[in-house]
Write a protein that binds this ligand. Structure first.
Ligand SMILES: [Zn+2]
Length: 439
């Protein structure tokens, strides 16, 4: 599978976290089914935004790209997203992109203008497939972008001719740099081959990015992705999360504010094509659900089936002792267009059933159900933590003192005690039963 990766010029945002979690879950499920998966996701390390950032900060483009790529992997590791098998970088594929553009020019489907080389989409059979619109309806709604020498408003740049102050590479039709859509088609076909199984990305990439990737492959007479998967976006108070709307919160931010497993749980609770709402209350709710799962691990002495720090390895997941009915139900849910909300609800029922069996003294049944729940959660990439939060003596004293201050309505003192706890590395929350802390 090929999943479009990031353009590395800023910290990853919450939307990046979602699509990586969605495709991580899909990949893990395919592995759980016993399939071999080769997962390719690119790094766009040359682009307008990187050039702009480098110029603003007086740095080189490779320097900016290297910094934000490192921040990207930090965030993905924290989310427990398995590293891709291959992470091709755009700048390593310029020669292949130049030869694709040359080939499309030779076939007469691309043409040169004063500012670049464009693909003439009207010559591509089935253009509009991913937009789910006809060529005519797309044309009537199109904004004209780029050169006014374009033959059709939908034509897009395969190559952008050199401009002052930009990194450039040589090409027979003039030095410059490739267009974004050209990068993914070249890298996916090179690493996965013609007619590869699955291409994924956020819903906003379906058109024009994926449409244009596909158009280039089709124009070259090659079979492109056989299946497309597009996930829904992230909403904050009913609005799409995006930087341009100003509700940008970095993923790095979010990961310092809550249990890093909470976001995975939120993503699993929504169908991948539906929006997911990421707000403080939904995250707190997910943390409560995690506490229920960790409670299962504690009661039944279940160790972490996913080795953290090794990217949550899944190969060794053994479902041999799992409840056959629960296992079959899990596959039925997941095979039905990845019904993760249904699968997760079933897992929580298993958790309840395991506790009930244990309460009734049926230890064997209880252990079997609890073990099954743990295996299914591991298949979805959710690790369990049996170890309770250990609060050192001094921190416990501060917590007690803060509760006393709050009862006495001495909020100045309560705030000062909160700051002390935060300085000791705790996240402090007010709960109905008083101050709660967690790492
Ligand atoms: Zn792409």
């Amino acid at each position: 599978m090929y999943v479009c990766g990031p353009t590395v010029y800023d910290l990853p945002h919450i939307g990046h976290g979602r699509y990586n979690l969605v495709f991580d879950v899909l990949r893990r499920y395919l592995l759980f089914c016993g399939l071999a998966v080769r997962y390719v996701s690119n790094i766009t390390d040359v682009d307008d935004n990187i050039i702009k950032r480098a110029n603003e900060q007086g740095r080189t483009e490779p320097d900016v790209a290297a910094e934000f790529e490192a921040r990207w992997w930090e965030a993905m590791d924290a989310l427990g997203v398995l590293r891709p098998d291959e992470t091709p970088h755009a700048t390593a594929y310029i020669d292949d992109m130049v030869s694709l553009v040359g080939d499309l020019l030779g076939r007469g489907v691309a043409y040169e203008t004063s500012d670049g080389v464009y693909l003439n989409v009207e010559q591509v059979p089935g253009y509009g497939l991913l937009a789910l619109q006809s060529l005519d309806s797309l044309k009537s709604g199109a904004r004209v972008e780029g050169s006014d020498e374009k033959r059709s408003p939908l034509d897009f740049a395969l190559w952008k001719k050199a401009k002052e102050g930009e990194p450039t590479w040589d090409a027979p039709w003039g030095a410059g740099r490739p267009g974004w859509h050209t990068e993914c088609v070249v890298m996916s076909l090179d690493l996965l081959g013609d007619g590869f199984d699955l291409h994924g990305g956020g819903r906003d990439l379906a058109f024009p990015h994926h449409e244009n990737e596909r158009a280039q492959a089709v124009a070259e007479g090659r079979a492109f992705a056989r299946h497309w998967v597009h996930n829904g976006w992230v909403e904050v108070d009913g609005t799409k999360m995006s930087k341009s709307l100003g509700n940008f919160t970095s993923l790095t931010d979010l990961l310092t504010r809550c249990d890093e497993r909470a976001y995975r749980l939120l993503v699993l609770r929504a169908h991948y094509r539906s929006p997911v709402e990421v707000t403080a209350p939904t995250l707190v709710d997910a943390e409560k659900a995690l506490e229920r799962l960790d409670g299962l691990a504690r009661r039944f002495g279940i160790g972490d089936l996913l080795a953290e720090g090794r990217g949550y390895v899944v190969e060794d997941l053994d479902a041999a002792d799992s409840d056959p009915g629960a296992l079959a139900a899990f596959h039925a849910r997941m095979d039905d267009d990845m019904d993760t909300p249904g699968a997760l609800a079933d897992v929580f029922e298993l958790v309840t059933a395991a506790h009930s069996a244990a309460d009734a003294g049926d230890e064997a049944e209880a252990n079997r159900l609890a073990g099954t729940a743990a295996v299914l959660l591991a298949a979805l990439g959710v690790p369990l933590r049996a170890a309770p939060v250990e609060v050192d003596e001094e921190s416990a004293r501060l917590v007690a003192a803060r509760d006393e201050a709050r009862v006495a309505k001495d909020f100045v003192r309560a705030d000062a005690l909160r700051d002390e706890l935060v300085a000791r590395g705790w996240t402090v929350e007010d709960t109905p039963s008083g101050t709660a802390v967690r790492r």
